[in-house]
Structures are given as structure tokens and as C-alpha cells.
Design a protein around this ligand. Structure first.
Ligand SMILES: [Cu+2]
Length: 510
């Protein structure tokens, strides 16, 4: 092992894998599908056991696919509740997209369902599309490697971020939403969060919103220059962090017992960061080592040097890190925006002393990208082809903490007007956030390019999830895909659970 470079080692293992698969590759149809199990598991959260959900593949939580390997997966529901998994970042046929009853029902307990589609390379993930299950950690990495990943002399490290509560998700939603109404929405007979695409709270009619006091509203240090009002926007405070979680996790662990990843002196790392949190935006700090952002949401961007990059719920960052030529330990921290809590993992060379890090930082991290400054610095390496726009659609994002209702074009799911397009059309969606809270907006079945930030044209990143800060505008362009109903929603799980979802309804081209 010492005589092999990382590249030599990776090439050797790739060759071994290729050789082992050779006879089967000749008969591609006979290659066995990968088994993936939605099942409970136990985490150790600061010394206290917690039963959560998970997605177990052959090598642990999540899946790693090789270049050009199809996404051929048998998903088993080994939970005692119905579930369905969305392959976030992939573009499967709509029937395999994993949204309850859109069009496939939940997998019943004990049921197995087969999936088979062309996998898209990059750092992606997968999660239950029932919000209260995603809040119980029913989420895992989904990494699809490229030939370049295999050939490159670098080590891959995944950092999967989540937020965690010892309370049940129903209790958490009740506390956020005011203590009443969760699971008692438009369909009072329905069990909470089962069988509805949004999983839950219905139209929030008849709620008692009187218990909204005492909500953690977060702090607003270093608001963007555009605001410049000391945490006030138009006289109203911006809302961050509408729930204080019990713990913040990186690869299912807190900083009291972080993962320590063995690295080589002078080695190159590709850090794949996934924000799977229900309701927490993170900054990722790589420390003193030289680092650059090289991809977002699995799509390459012009390398951007820096040591602190943020990501909202649903988003991913690929950061390349060049370690110094000496031994040592390099913490990779994830800071909760507008707060002092943090989590992370440690990169350490053999024998290096690893110091314990407090899970609470001395000072608060700022709010993330309130002025879209980070987004404005991202330039795609694979712009959409230039062509006229066939259709422009405006999406007004609204709502408030009190009452806790979040809307798209003034409506919650069930009362929504679909956003329409024809397959093949170039469409521009303009997100106007008229609320005081940021919304990470995720469109299923498509990749879009950021083309406008607060009215300024940009050749921005390709993404599937875009963070729209309070009182801001973001335009995205895309070519409408398969004629089907595709979900378009906020990836803040309590917002989604309260109905912040619409559909992008694509009809066949004429
Ligand atoms: Cu939202």
C-alpha cells in the first residue's frame, strides 16, 4: 500500500472491479440490481441512543455508482410505515421519481420496488418525500462517479449533513407551527403525513395560531450590503432557523465523536458535501488548507478559491482541497447559519493528534447569501445552449411565521395552479421571494441554470435546488422534459409539510 500512489491504488482497484464484472457486463440485462433497504437504525447522539430511519446499501448508508453504471436498484421498505424515496439530482422517468401518489403510491411495509434508469454523475442524494420521514434521517448519499473521478489522484470524502431532534417530527412540527393543527388539515381523517405528496398538514385551515410566541427567530449578523439595515429589511426582521434542533450531524455524528478520515500528507481531497438537513442552512469551513469549490448540485463550476462556502437544504458542494505536505489534522466544519452550533469531520494523517472541538463556536456564523453574493460568483462549465425563451413563469414565494403558512403564488398544495409548459420548450422560472425567510426551491425531473439574480443577467451554475433569500429574485432557465407532473417545492421540510409545493405540469409538445 505504501508503494502505491493513490492513483495507482485506485486504478488497481478499478481494474479489479472491472475484471470481476467483465463476464456479467457482456450480458448487461443480467447484472444483478443493487439492494437498498429503508430500515430503522440506531445512532449515538452525544452518548444517547436514538432510533432513526436510514437507507442501507451494500456498503453502508447510501449508494456509490461507478461511471456509466445504470441506476438499477431494488428498494425494500423494511419500515413499519409506508414510504417512498426520491432520487434527488437524478432525472428518472416520472413514474420512478419517488413522490407519493405522483404517480406511484407509497411502498407498503415489506414491499420491494424496482428502479432502472440512466444515472447522472455527481454528488447527489436520496430521501423520503414524506417530510416527517426525511426529518427522521430517512436520507443518504447517492454518489455517481465519473471516469475522471476514477482516474484522478485524489481521495473522495463525503460529508452528509443533517439536523436532529430527540422529539418526534410531529412534535417538532407542532412546536414550529404553533402547537395545533399538525396533521389536522384539509383531510381530517388522514393520518398525519401519510399518502399525501407533501405529507401532511393540508391547507392549515382552522388552526389556532395563538401559541406562536417564543419562536427562535435567529440573529442577523452581517446581512448583505443590499440590506444594510442591521438585520432589518423594510423594518421587519428576517427569519432564520425556525427550530432549535438537539444536534447537528455530519455523517450521523456530532463533534463530541466526529468521524476522523485518514488522509495522506500533501494529498488532494474531493469533499462531497450534501445538506440533507430538514431546516438548517450550513456554511462549510475547510480551514487553512488550500481549497476551491468545483461543483454545485453535482454540476461543475469554474473553480472558485475559498475556505468558506454555504449550502441550503437539498444543495450539494464539491470542494477540492490540497493538503499541506506535513502531517496533521484538518477539521472540516459545518456552521449553522446565524447561530453558534456546528458539526463536522476531521481529516488527519496517520498518527496526527486530533483535538476535540466544541459543538458550539465562540461566535455566530452569518446568515447565508442574503445578497446572493456566493451565487453570483458561480459560473457553469456547461451552459444551456443559447435559444429563445418560449415561456416565462413567475413564482411568488410568500408566507409568514405567524401564522406558519408558506405559499407559492399565494396557494398551498391542493389549492395550487400548476406551472405549465410543453415538453422541449425553453422556460424561465422567476422566483420572487416576498417573505422574510429564505426558501431553497427544488424542481424535480430537470436541471436548470441560474440566469438572473435580482434582475441582473448571469451565466450562473447548473442546479436542481436554488436558495432564494428574503425579498430577492432568482431566474432559472431550463428545457422542459418528460410530459408529466413534476414537483416544484421548498426544501425546508416544515415549509413543505405546511404545503409549500406546486407542480411543473409538462404536456406533450405539439
Ligand atoms: Cu420555504
Amino acid at each position: 500500500m505504501n508503494t502505491l500512489s493513490r492513483r495507482g491504488f485506485l486504478a488497481a482497484s478499478a481494474a479489479a472491479i472491472a475484471a470481476a464484472q467483465m463476464p456479467r457486463l457482456a450480458f448487461a440485462q443480467s447484472v444483478a440490481p443493487i439492494s437498498l433497504s429503508a430500515a430503522t437504525r440506531t445512532l449515538d447522539i452525544d452518548g444517547r441512543a436514538a432510533t432513526v430511519f436510514g437507507l442501507a446499501g451494500p456498503g453502508g448508508q447510501g449508494l456509490v455508482l461507478d461511471p456509466s453504471q445504470r441506476f438499477r436498484v431494488d428498494l425494500s421498505n423494511d419500515l413499519d410505515v409506508g414510504t417512498i424515496i426520491h432520487w434527488h439530482g437524478q432525472i428518472p422517468p416520472n413514474a420512478q421519481d419517488g413522490v407519493p401518489d405522483m404517480p406511484m403510491p407509497l411502498l407498503a411495509p415489506g414491499e420491494t420496488r424496482s428502479y432502472d434508469f440512466e444515472a447522472r454523475p455527481g454528488t447527489h442524494w436520496m430521501h423520503s418525500h414524506v417530510p416527517i420521514q426525511e426529518m427522521q434521517q430517512l436520507a443518504a448519499p447517492l454518489i455517481v462517479r465519473t471516469q475522471e473521478d476514477l482516474a484522478a489522484d485524489r481521495q473522495e470524502v463525503v460529508m452528509f449533513l443533517h439536523d436532529f431532534s430527540f422529539k418526534s417530527p410531529e412534535e417538532v412540527l407542532a412546536e414550529i407551527g404553533g402547537g395545533h393543527g399538525v396533521g389536522h388539515g384539509a383531510d381530517p381523517g388522514a393520518p398525519a403525513a401519510q399518502g399525501m405528496p407533501m405529507g401532511g398538514m393540508g391547507a392549515m385551515q382552522g388552526m389556532d395560531h395563538s401559541a406562536m410566541g417564543g419562536m427562535p427567530m435567529g440573529n442577523m449578523p452581517s446581512m448583505g450590503g443590499m440590506m444594510g439595515m442591521g438585520g432589518q429589511m423594510g423594518g421587519m426582521a428576517m427569519d432564520l432557523n425556525d427550530y432549535d434542533w438537539d444536534a447537528y450531524l455530519a455523517n450521523d455524528r456530532t463533534l463530541s465523536d466526529p468521524e476522523v478520515v485518514r488522509v495522506e500528507r500533501g494529498g488532494r481531497i474531493r469533499l462531497r458535501v450534501i445538506n440533507a438537513a430538514a431546516a438548517t442552512v450550513f456554511w462549510v469551513e475547510t480551514g487553512t488548507a488550500e481549497a476551491r469549490l468545483v461543483a454545485v448540485d453535482g454540476h461543475a463550476v469554474q473553480p472558485l478559491a475559498g475556505s468558506r462556502f454555504g449550502l441550503a437544504m437539498g444543495q450539494r458542494l464539491d470542494i477540492e482541497i490540497d493538503l499541506p505536505n506535513e502531517g496533521g489534522a484538518w477539521p472540516i466544519l459545518a456552521l449553522r447559519e446565524g447561530a453558534r452550533e456546528r458539526t463536522g469531520l476531521i481529516l488527519a494523517t496517520q498518527g496526527a493528534e486530533v483535538q476535540r472541538l466544541d459543538a458550539v463556536a465562540p461566535s455566530e456564523a452569518p446568515a447565508f447569501d442574503t445578497d446572493l453574493a456566493q451565487e453570483a460568483r458561480l459560473i457553469t462549465l456547461n451552459a444551456l445552449p443559447d435559444r429563445p425563451v418560449d415561456r416565462s413563469q413567475m413564482l411568488m414565494l410568500g408566507g409568514s411565521m405567524q401564522p406558519y403558512v408558506w405559499t407559492i403564488n399565494g396557494a398551498v398544495w391542493g389549492q395550487h395552479q400548476p406551472i405549465t409548459a410543453r415538453s422541449g420548450e425553453r422556460v424561465v422560472l422567476s422566483f420572487h421571494n416576498m417573505s422574510m425567510m429564505a426558501h431553497p426551491m427544488h424542481l424535480h425531473g430537470h436541471v436548470f441554470q441560474i440566469v438572473g439574480l435580482n434582475g441582473r443577467r448571469v451565466a450562473g451554475a447548473l442546479r436542481d435546488t436554488v436558495h432564494v433569500p428574503p425579498m430577492s429574485m432568482v431566474d432559472v432557465a431550463l428545457d422542459a422534459g418528460e410530459a408529466a407532473r413534476w414537483m416544484l417545492h421548498c426544501h425546508h421540510m416544515p415549509h413543505l409539510a405546511s404545503g409549500m409545493m406546486t407542480e411543473f405540469a409538462v404536456t406533450a409538445s405539439v
